[in-house]
Structures are given as structure tokens and as C-alpha cells.
Write a protein that binds this ligand. Structure first.
Ligand SMILES: [Fe+2]
Length: 618
């Protein structure tokens, strides 16, 4: 179905004439031919996906040009890392052809431009993949041992070195990853001592001081934990004895007088009886204790990298919204108000998911190369997480409450929570207003037979756990809020830290490169545990792309095809001071609030509305 023109005359199916109802039915039957469920995808199955990407769901010209612009400097950086001079001359000439081709493309000749751009992007991606492949085939060099961390810094030859490279060994940075990093979704407040991590009060006091105690800190709501037990399946299936993933538990506390989250101790695995516990140290006087602590932090960072990419990013944003994108096309007619609201929030999602499932997480792909567990176990873990995620429980307010971190009086420094709540509330108001325009009362929701089929499709064919009948306007608004928030803010929060916080491998990577990180007591051992340089170059190149493409902004609703008309036509939505204007105004005011917050905290900018794309498209 064409997305060229705005959707006119939104209406609920029960309000249409029999002739219009028949037309809707015909249109949906036609749409179901293009949007076909598939729970047998070889890499993410049984997670339901679209069997193929319909032509209308392929990326827009603007998106492709954006990707090319992001990709060119990354390829240039790869080229600068190439040591083979013959190969270098060849790729430089190829890259210059591509750059010239992009410059020669003139807006105006639209169709030739689309073809041209698509070829240019394909050429560039092929060049990128070829360069990475050749790099990975290189013999491992001595640079890693000789130059240490500097060798990784040197790989950012033409790209800006992320600032985390200067501070990643600090305890403060380690703690900050939990509250303002790529995965701010795991930290939870401890309400009682953990049986699986029986830290002694003596150990707690050694880090937090003799005037504090673990019991008192728990009572005061000052103890927090990240527990990677869900990674146990990865622990059991390492790629090699020296390329693996652990499932550690890290404990943090806020001091009696202060607001900063401080690391206290790390238990290196789930089994307390056999997993060493490493206490946080802040100085380098005892070198063995210092490097052991650094290795323990690295082990948590690797676990977090896996938890982030497989669960929080791929499963809970990309693959979750795939189910809604497919069900919406199959069950809600194109003039259904919910279809009209959601469609712009699915722009690019099926395409990028198809690409992620087909290459990123496929055997032989970058996940297998960079991450530590066997690829089949990695795929199964991602699928299981997505399928077991409870839709209502994962709504922001419910998730924060369940983790004991909703109350700002405790863990007062939690940038993700504070900014996400603002955006959630703005989307909730927009959804409420939108729903109230088209549904006069709760009965209208119950009588919407297309919506009922959509719910059923999402729950069964889409395999979204906990998805249940929608019986009121507030419930419908809440569901729409969750889908829109996931497509926009949540994906932004977990996608864009990939560039600044995940592309420098010594700070965070996908595998622990030794058998027993708890045995590390020297700097040389700690460096040897880092990803090989070829892998770190692959990691930085990939994550600079994934964390670098911004396409369309939340609140910016346009058609998908040139010349990109405004999407909404209904005056009830678009009128001055109406629901859409109010939504945009809320986003502008959130922008101001977050900018003001950033004057008084280390910058956290991923939830600035101007940096939140409207859909998952990268
Ligand atoms: Fe993404």
C-alpha cells in the first residue's frame, strides 16, 4: 500500500457504512499478502518477524543519504588503519568514486537519485564489509601488548576518540554506565541481603567505611545491584576457553552523606560458593588488588554489553516493535486511527530488523565475531528474552517501580529515569488526546472489531507476552504510549550510547578474552584480556554506524515518500493548539528542561527530544 499520501478520513470500523466496511476488509486482505508472519527465522526464530520486507517498507531516500554520510568517515577511518599499501590504494580509489557519485547526485532528478543512492550505499557497505573482513584476517600483532590501551586509542585515526577512553577505568565511570549508559534497565534496589551474593558486612565496611553497614544501607534504600543471571545460558556455551561471557553480580551503594552511586563489590559468577568476590579499590597502592578490580569491572562491562545488545536493544525494542508493525498492517485498515497514529513510528523498522536478523546476529556475523558465547546460544538467549518480556510490566512506570528505583528521593542521580519519565508523560498525554478524538467512550473501544483482532494478533501471532484485551480509552492510550515510547525514546536511550560508550573496546566489549579474569593481578594480564585489535576495529566501526544515524525526530510526522507531505490531515489533530501542537510544545519544553539539567550533571543527552528519532530505523 502506498505511503505516498497522507491518510484521509480516519474512522473506526464500526462507524463505517457496510460498503466502506467491505472496502476495509478488502484492503486488509491485500495487505496480508505483503505482511506475512514468520516465526521460523533461522537466527531469531521463534520470535515472529515479517517474512520479507515489502517494497513500501524499504528506506526512504533521505535515510539512505543519512547512512552514507555517517558511513563515509567510518570507512575513511578503516582505510587509515589499513597497513597493506596495495590494498590501501585500491580502496582509496573506490571510496573516492563513491564520494564523487554522492556529490554528483542532484536533488530534482528524484527517481535516478533514488537508484543512484541505493547503489552508492550498497557499494559503500560492500567496501566497509570487505575492509573489516580483510582486517580480521590479519595476524594478531604485538601492538596490543607493547602499546596497551594506546593501541586501541590509535585506532581512532580520523574519527573522534570517545571521551570515555580517558576515564573508563574510574569507579565513577563504571557506576555511571548503570544509570546513564547503554543499559540503564537492570539496576535495582536491594530490599534484603542477597542469598546469591552473600557479601559480608566486613567487606561492605571496607569499601564504604566503618561508620556505615550493609544492613543500615539496605534499610536506608541506599544499596543497588546489577545481576546478570539471565546470561547463564551464555556462560554455559563459550566460544572458547579464552573467549567467553560471565554472569557476574555487582553491588553498589550510595554513601550516607552523598548522592553518588559507588561500586562496592563484584561477585564474578552466579554460584557464590565458587565465584570469587572482588572488592572495589580506588587507589593503585596495592597493584594486584587494583588490577584484579579492573578485571572484575571489565567482566561486568562484557556482561552488560551482551545484556544490552541481545536483550535491551535487539529484543526489547527492535523485535518487540516488529510484532506491532506487522500486526498493524495486517489487522488495522489504513484509515483506522490507530494505524494512522502508529505507522510513522514503524518507519524503517522492518527493514533494519530484517538486516539485523539476517546479518548482525547470523552465524559468521559481527555478534559472533565480537561476542563471547556460541552464536546459537546467543540467538536463543535473545529470542527467549524477547518472548518472555511482559508488555505491561515493562512499561516505564511499572518497570521503574518493580526495580525499586521510581522514587527520586533515593538514587537521586539517575539520568535515564528522570529524562525518560518526562518523555513518557508527554507521549502519554498525546496518546490520550488522540484516543479521545476518535473514541467517544470506552464502549467505542470495546466495539472496535479491528482493534480486537489486532490485540489478538499481537498476543498470538506476534507472541507479545501479557498483551490482553483492551477495554477502555485509558488502557488504549497506555498501550499506544508504550509502543510509541519504545519506537522513539526507549530505542534512542539504548541505541545512541553505542557510539560514545560502546565503540571503545577497552571500556566495553562483547567477550572476556581469558579463562579466569579473577586471576588477573597485573596490568599486562588485564590488557591481554581485552579484545584483539582486529575485533576492536570491527566493533568501533559497527557501533559508530549504529549509534550515528539520526533520521526524523519525535513529533515530526511526515509521509515516507518524497516530497514528504505532513502525515496527519485531520484538523481535530492538527489544529492550532490541538493535540499535535500540544505534543510538540511539550517536547520543546522537555528539551529546555534536559538542557538545564545538563548544566548540573555530567551530560546525558540521548533523551533530548531533538535527538530522539520517531522510529527504530537503525
Ligand atoms: Fe537500534
Amino acid at each position: 500500500m502506498s505511503l505516498l499520501f497522507p491518510r484521509k478520513h480516519p474512522s473506526l470500523p464500526q462507524n463505517d457504512t457496510p460498503a466502506l466496511q467491505a472496502k476495509r476488509k478488502w484492503q486488509l486482505a491485500h495487505s496480508r499478502l505483503s505482511y506475512v508472519w514468520d516465526d521460523q527465522n533461522p537466527n531469531v526464530g521463534p520470535v515472529p518477524m515479517a517474512k520479507s520486507v515489502p517494497k513500501e517498507a524499504t528506506p526512504t531516500l533521505t535515510w539512505s543519504v543519512n547512512v552514507i554520510r555517517v558511513l563515509i568517515p567510518i570507512v575513511e577511518n578503516l582505510v587509515a588503519n589499513v597497513k597493506d599499501e596495495l590494498q590501501l590504494a585500491e580502496v582509496q580509489s573506490h571510496l573516492s568514486e563513491i564520494t564523487q557519485a554522492l556529490e554528483a547526485a542532484k536533488v530534482g532528478a528524484h527517481w535516478p537519485l533514488i537508484t543512484h543512492t541505493s547503489h552508492t550505499l550498497k557499494d559503500l557497505v560492500a567496501l566497509f564489509q570487505d575492509l573489516v573482513k580483510k582486517e580480521l584476517q590479519q595476524e594478531s600483532s604485538q601492538e596490543q601488548q607493547e602499546l596497551g590501551v594506546q593501541a586501541y586509542r590509535d585506532q581512532f585515526k580520523t574519527l573522534d576518540l570517545p571521551s570515555v577512553a580517558d576515564v573508563f577505568t574510574q569507579n565513577q565511570s563504571f557506576a555511571r554506565y548503570r544509570i546513564a549508559g547503554p543499559n540503564p534497565m537492570l539496576i535495582k534496589r536491594l530490599t534484603e541481603p542477597m542469598a546469591s551474593f552473600p557479601l559480608s558486612d566486613t567487606d561492605f565496611k571496607q569499601v564504604m567505611g566503618n561508620d556505615d553497614s550493609l544492613a543500615k544501607a539496605i534499610t536506608d534504600k541506599r544499596v543497588y545491584v546489577v545481576d546478570y543471571k539471565e546470561l547463564s545460558v551464555l556462560v554455559d556455551h563459550p566460544q572458547a576457553a579464552n573467549k567467553r561471557v560471565f554472569a557476574p553480580i555487582a553491588l553498589f551503594a550510595v554513601a550516607k552523606t552523598g548522592s553518588e552511586l559507588c561500586p562496592v563489590a563484584i561477585q564474578m559468577g552466579q554460584d557464590a560458593a565458587h565465584s570469587p568476590t572482588v572488592l572495589a579499590v580506588t587507589d593503585t597502592q596495592d597493584a594486584a588488588a587494583f588490577w584484579q578490580w579492573q578485571a572484575a569491572m571489565s567482566t561486568v562491562q562484557v556482561a552488560d554489553g551482551n545484556y544490552h545488545e541481545l536483550f535491551v536493544h535487539l529484543g526489547r525494542t527492535h523485535l518487540l516493535n516488529e510484532a506491532f508493525a506487522v500486526a498493524t498492517e495486517r489487522e488495522l485498515a489504513q484509515n483506522h486511527p490507530v494505524n494512522i497514529l502508529l505507522t510513522p513510528h514503524f518507519e524503517g523498522t522492518l527493514f533494519i530488523n530484517n538486516s539485523a536478523a539476517g546479518s548482525l546476529i547470523a552465524a559468521g556475523g559481527p555478534i559472533e565475531s565480537i561476542f563471547g558465547a556460541q552464536i546459537s546460544a546467543t540467538q536463543k538467549a535473545a529470542a527467549l528474552d524477547r518472548l518472555s518480556l511482559d508488555f505491561y510490566a515493562y512499561m516505564l512506570p511499572n518497570d521503574l517501580a518493580a526495580r525499586g528505583v521510581a522514587d527520586k528521593d533515593y538514587l537521586s542521580d539517575y539520568p535515564y529515569r528522570d529524562d525518560a519519565q518526562l518523555v513518557w508523560d508527554a507521549i502519554a498525554t498525546w496518546s490520550k488526546h488522540y484516543v479521545e478524538v476518535y473514541y467517544q467512550n470506552d464502549a467505542a473501544v470495546v466495539n472496535d472489531y479491528e482493534l480486537a483482532k489486532w490485540v489478538s494478533a499481537v498476543a498470538t501471532q506476534g507472541a507479545v507476552t501479557g498483551f490482553k484485551a483492551i477495554e477502555s480509552r485509558p488502557q488504549l492510550a497506555e498501550v499506544l504510549t508504550m509502543i510509541i515510547f519504545t519506537a522513539s525514546a526507549q530505542h534512542a536511550a539504548v541505541n545512541f550510547p553505542q557510539k560514545p560508550l560502546m565503540s571503545f573496546a577497552p571500556a566495553l566489549t562483547g567477550a572476556t578474552w581469558c579463562e579466569a579474569p579473577s586471576a588477573i593481578t597485573t596490568q599486562a594480564q588485564w590488557i591481554a584480556n581485552m579484545a584483539p585489535l582486529q575485533k576492536s576495529l570491527q566493533q568501533l566501526s559497527l557501533l559508530q554506524i549504529l549509534g550515528g544515524v539520526y533520521y526524523r525526530q519525535l513529533g515530526d510526522y511526515q509521509t515516507n515518500n518524497f516530497p514528504y507531505f505532513d502525515w496527519f490531515e485531520d484538523k481535530q489533530i492538527t489544529q492550532s493548539g490541538g493535540p499535535l501542537a500540544q505534543f510538540k510544545s511539550s517536547l520543546a519544553s522537555i528539551e529546555t528542561t534536559i538542557n538545564a539539567r545538563n548544566q548540573h550533571r555530567p551530560e546525558y543527552n540521548v533523551l533530548l527530544p531533538s535527538k530522539i528519532p520517531v522510529s527504530i530505523n537503525i
